[in-house]
Structures are given as structure tokens and as C-alpha cells.
Design a binder for this molecule. Structure first.
Ligand code: AMP
Length: 212
């Protein structure tokens, strides 16, 4: 089975992806990470990737297609793929569809974890980082056991890009609306209510995908 996981930052998408990969052994394709490792390597394109990532802009589709093709080809295709943070555009969706067809497979479901923009802002603006050791907490979902301070005793601060205005800016392409629309048109969209506890969401996904 091949799955695409969609959802805005703060939707818990990454956590759900991890749980599914651990339990069902999918090949995990997290494009942000793949691109980061290219940016930090001696690849001739590392500079280009770094520039896009630093600006928070999407790396061009054609480049991502080549990276994805190279990556997917090296995996054990019988395990299926779980795509996270990819595809993010219509062209990328078509590339994924095309690559899977070449393997004799298809996109089985696009799981969209829904939470409102208000909730995203509420969750992300509750994030706090330790000035001293860099530990990350969330006042709502993962508070420090040491009250207003980090376990190391450091002061907890809010990063400037976790303030509501910056969050809104970051979210402008994060929702991957084009991907959601094409998935709906193709009858493979599965919408999941993301405003529930992590385990409840996981069970819902597993059940609706018939994995249970
Ligand atoms: P993320 O780790 O998902 O927040 O992605 C970090 C950065 O990697 C983004 O700001 C983009 O520059 C790049 N990136 C991640 N996924 C994609 C993608 N599917 N297409 C193009 N660029 C991407």
C-alpha cells in the first residue's frame, strides 16, 4: 500500500507517520529530510537546495522529481511507501503517480489530517525553545516538567518564526491544497479529524485504511 500523508504543520502529521512506519514497515519518504541531507552533502546541487530551504520556498518540481526517483528506486518496493511532505504540488503528485505506475503500483490513499488554521496557530504559538540547550516544548501538548523553565534550568523562549504572523506566512503553501483537490477528484482522499488525541487519530486511520 502507498500512502501520502497531508496536513499543516502542527497537525500531528509527523507523529502519525512515525507510528504507521513503525507498525507497518512502510518506506518512509520525508522530502524535507531528504533535501536537507542533500543540502549538507557535497552533492553538486547542495547550494541550490540550501538556498531554497533558507528562503522557505519549494525546491523546483523537476529537481525534486529526480531526487525522488533516485531515492525510491533504492528501496524495497514490496513494503509500500509512505510519503510525508511530498507531493506538495500538482506536478509532484503526477510525478509520484507516474513513478508508482512504473513499479506496477499506485497511490492508494491520501490521508489528510484536518485542523483549522486557528488551531494550528494556537498549537504552534505554544511552542517554546530552551535558550540554553535547544530543547523544544509545547505549553499545550508537551509542557516542561520544570514549570516555566527547561529541565536543564534554561529559560524557555518563543522563536520569532513561532509568532502568529510568521506562522501564517509559513502555512501559505503547507496545506498542499492542489494535492488535496486532485486526490478528491481521483477518489483517494481520506479526511481525518486532527483535533483529537494522537492514539485516537492513529486508530481511526488504521481502521479506515483497513490495516487493523
Ligand atoms: P519541511 O522539513 O517539510 O518543513 O521542509 C523544509 C524545506 O524543504 C521546505 O521549506 C522546502 O524548501 C523544502 N521542501 C520540502 N518538501 C518539499 C517538496 N515536496 N517540494 C519542494 N521543496 C520541498
Amino acid at each position: 500500500m502507498n500512502l501520502i500523508l497531508l496536513g499543516p504543520q502542527g497537525s500531528g502529521k509527523g507523529t502519525q507517520a512515525e507510528m504507521l512506519v513503525k507498525k507497518y514497515g512502510f518506506n518512509y519518504v520525508e522530502m524535507g529530510n531528504i533535501l536537507r541531507s542533500i543540502a549538507n552533502s557535497d552533492n553538486s546541487k547542495s547550494g541550490l537546495v540550501k538556498e531554497y530551504q533558507a528562503r522557505g520556498e519549494l525546491v523546483p518540481d523537476e529537481f525534486v522529481r529526480l531526487i525522488a526517483w533516485d531515492h525510491l528506486n533504492k528501496q524495497d518496493k514490496s513494503k509500500g511507501f509512505l510519503f510525508d511532505g511530498y507531493p506538495r504540488t500538482l506536478a509532484q503528485y503526477e510525478h509520484v503517480d507516474d513513478m508508482l505506475r512504473k513499479f506496477g503500483q499506485k497511490i492508494d490513499k491520501v490521508v489528510y489530517i484536518m485542523i483549522s488554521e486557528e488551531e494550528v496557530i494556537r498549537r504552534l504559538s505554544a511552542r517554546r525553545t530552551c535558550e540554553k540547550c535547544g530543547n523544544i516544548y509545547n505549553l499545550i501538548t508537551n509542557p516542561s516538567p520544570n514549570g516555566g523553565k527547561c529541565v536543564c534550568g534554561g529559560k524557555l523562549v518563543q522563536r520569532t518564526d513561532d509568532k502568529p504572523e510568521a506562522i501564517k506566512k509559513r502555512l501559505s503553501w503547507g496545506y498542499a491544497n492542489e494535492v488535496k483537490e486532485v486526490a478528491e477528484k481521483n477518489g483517494v482522499l481520506l479526511e481525518i479529524d486532527g483535533k483529537r488525541p494522537i492514539e485516537v487519530i492513529h486508530q481511526d486511520i488504521v481502521q479506515k485504511l483497513g490495516l487493523a
